[in-house]
Ligand binder design. Structure first.
Ligand SMILES: Nc1ncnc2c1ncn2[C@@H]1O[C@H](COP(=O)(O)OP(=O)(O)OP(=O)(O)O)[C@@H](O)[C@H]1O
Ligand SMILES: CC(C)(CO)[C@@H](O)C(=O)NCCC(=O)O
Length: 307
C-alpha cells in the first residue's frame, strides 16, 4: 500500500472483472494470436491484466481526443490530430520492454485500424565514447547519461504530427547506441515510450518529458526479484554471445561463469540498484497506473490514480 495514497489498490481478481458494456470483446482467436507473439505471455495475463488495461487506456484516449477537439473549437484554431503518448517506467530489468511490447500488441488487436508505435529511451543515452569523455561511463542509465534535449525534441516532433520522425537505437548486444543508424516513426495514433527516465524531471530544461505523456505506467516489483531477473537476463545475453566475438558479452561468455555472474551482481548493486533507489523509484507516484509484479513476473495487484 502506498502511504497517504491517492491510488485505488486493486487486486488482480477484481481488475480482471472490469469491462465497459459498450466495448466489444476480443475473439479467442485474436487472444491466442497475441500469446503466440510473446512467449512470456499467458492467456490468463492477457485476459486478467491487459484487456482491462486497454479499456482504461481507451477511456483516457477518448477523453484526450475530445478535450483537444473542444479546445481547438473554443480557441478557434484548426483541430490537428496528435498521437496519444503512453509512458512506461520502472527499474532496469523490471520488465518495462516486455510490458510495453505486450501492450503494443494488445492495443493493436483492440484498435486494428490504428498505428501503435513503440520507442525505448535507451536510444537517447549518450554513446559509450561520449560517456567516457564526460567521465560518466559507470553512470549509464542515470539522468545525466541521457540526451534529454534530444528526447524532448523527439516527443515534440511526434506530438505536432511530423510525418516522419527519426530516433536513435540502443543495442544491448554491443552495449552501446548504434552509430550512424536510426529508426523512423511514421504517424502513430498511439505511441508507447518506454524507459527508466520517462517520469523524471530534468534539472535544466523548461519542458519535461512527462509533459508529453497522456497516460503513464510504472512497473514495480520487490528489489530481490528485480535483481534475480537482471542476473537471469545477463546469463541469457551471455549464452547468446557464445559464438559472437563482436558481442559485448562474448568475453564473459567464454570466461569463468561464476566470476562473470559475480561481476553482474556488483554492477546491479553499485549502478542499477543505486539508480533505482535514488532516481527511479521516487518517480513511481507520478504514474497514472502502477503495475505490481511478484515472483515469476506474476502481476498480483495494480494501483490506479484516484485524482
Ligand atoms: N512477464 C514476464 N514473464 C517472464 N519473463 C519476463 C516477463 N517480463 C520480463 N521478463 C524477463 O525479465 C527480464 C527483464 O525484462 P525486460 O528486458 O523487459 O526489462 P526492462 O525493464 O525493459 O529492462 P531494461 O531497462 O534493462 O531494458 C528479461 O530477461 C525478460 O525476458
Ligand atoms: C541501458 C540501461 C541503462 C537501461 O536499459 C541498462 O540496461 C544498463 O545498461 N545499465 C548500466 C549498467 C549495466 O550494465 O547494467
Amino acid at each position: 500500500m502506498i502511504p497517504n495514497s491517492n491510488y485505488y489498490q486493486i487486486s488482480r481478481e477484481e481488475w480482471r472483472t472490469f469491462h465497459q458494456e459498450d466495448v466489444p470483446i476480443l475473439s479467442e482467436d485474436k487472444l491466442e494470436s497475441l500469446i503466440s507473439l510473446n512467449d512470456k505471455l499467458s492467456l490468463a495475463d492477457v485476459k486478467d491484466i491487459y484487456l482491462p488495461l486497454v479499456e482504461v487506456i481507451d477511456l483516457y484516449t477518448k477523453n484526450y481526443r475530445s478535450l483537444r477537439r473542444m479546445k481547438s473549437k473554443f480557441l478557434d484554431r484548426p483541430y490537428e490530430p496528435s498521437p496519444m503518448v503512453i509512458g512506461v517506467s520502472g527499474s532496469v530489468a523490471v520488465g518495462k520492454s516486455t510490458t510495453a511490447r505486450v501492450l503494443q500488441n494488445t492495443l493493436g488487436k483492440f484498435y486494428p485500424e490504428k498505428n501503435i508505435g513503440l520507442v525505448t529511451t535507451d536510444g537517447f543515452l549518450y554513446s559509450n565514447a561520449e560517456l567516457i569523455k564526460r567521465g560518466i561511463l559507470t553512470r549509464k542509465g542515470f539522468p545525466e547519461s541521457y540526451d534529454m534535449e534530444k528526447l524532448i525534441q523527439f516527443l515534440l516532433d511526434v506530438k505536432i504530427g511530423k510525418p516522419y520522425v527519426k530516433y536513435p537505437v540502443y543495442s544491448h548486444r554491443i552495449y552501446d547506441v548504434i552509430s550512424d543508424d536510426y529508426n523512423v516513426l511514421h504517424e502513430p495514433d498511439i505511441l508507447i515510450v518506454e524507459g527508466i527516465n520517462v517520469l523524471q524531471l530534468p534539472s535544466n530544461q523548461q519542458i519535461y518529458a512527462s509533459d508529453f505523456f497522456d497516460f503513464s505506467i510504472y512497473v514495480d516489483a520487490e528489489i530481490e526479484n528485480i535483481e534475480k531477473w537482471y542476473i537471469e537476463r545477463f546469463e541469457m545475453l551471455m549464452d547468446l554471445a557464445k559464438d559472437q566475438p563482436d558481442n559485448y558479452y562474448y568475453n564473459y561468455a567464454i570466461g569463468d561463469r561464476d566470476e562473470a555472474i559475480a561481476m553482474a551482481r556488483e554492477v546491479w548493486k553499485s549502478v542499477n540498484l543505486k539508480n533505482l533507489q535514488e532516481f527511479i523509484a521516487p518517480t513511481m507516484t507520478r504514474a497514472d497506473l502502477i503495475i505490481h509484479k511478484s515472483d515469476n513476473h506474476h502481476i498480483d495487484y495494480l494501483n490506479i490514480k484516484k485524482y
